[in-house]
Design a protein. Structure first.
Length: 143
């Protein structure tokens, strides 16, 4: 508690306290905004991913996302790609990439999907030179 001192000619001492209440209020509002919007940023192709106990990967650059839905349709990022166009698109992505640091590819496949379809897409990735492939799953602890 600051009590004004009576030294000098009746002048008040300067107040040295900082009012942090407005800053805390702003930070709490920002926290709530980020908590609400963060799940919306991961929207993509709806895929029922399998469970896994593996830990998440560290990443240093934005990965290429390839999704295969339960009907076997292939999406690169969020764009639907036909089976005939997939090798060309993957070759273009590999050509754009830095040869010293190839891009990471996240492959998301539905659990009800045929294993052969996933292997065909992985074969096309390998043929295009995109060999850093990670299979995306949902961890059992919910992350």
């Amino acid at each position: 508690m600051n009590l004004p001192s009576q030294r000098g000619r009746g002048r008040r001492a300067p107040m040295a306290d900082i009012n942090v209440t407005p800053m805390v209020d702003v930070m709490l509002v920002l926290l709530i905004i980020f908590m609400v919007t963060a799940p919306l940023l991961t929207a993509g192709v709806p895929v029922n991913l399998p469970d896994s106990r593996a830990k998440a990967l560290d990443q240093d650059q934005k990965p290429i996302e390839i999704s295969i839905d339960n009907q076997g349709q292939v999406f690169v990022a969020k764009d639907l790609v036909g089976d005939a166009m997939l090798p060309d698109i993957l070759s273009q992505l590999a050509a754009k990439a830095d040869p010293a640091k190839p891009p990471q590819v996240f492959l998301r496949a539905d659990t009800k999907l045929d294993y052969g379809k996933v292997m065909r897409v992985m074969g096309e990735l390998n043929r295009a030179g995109l060999n850093r492939v990670a299979l995306v799953t949902v961890s059992q602890d919910g992350n």
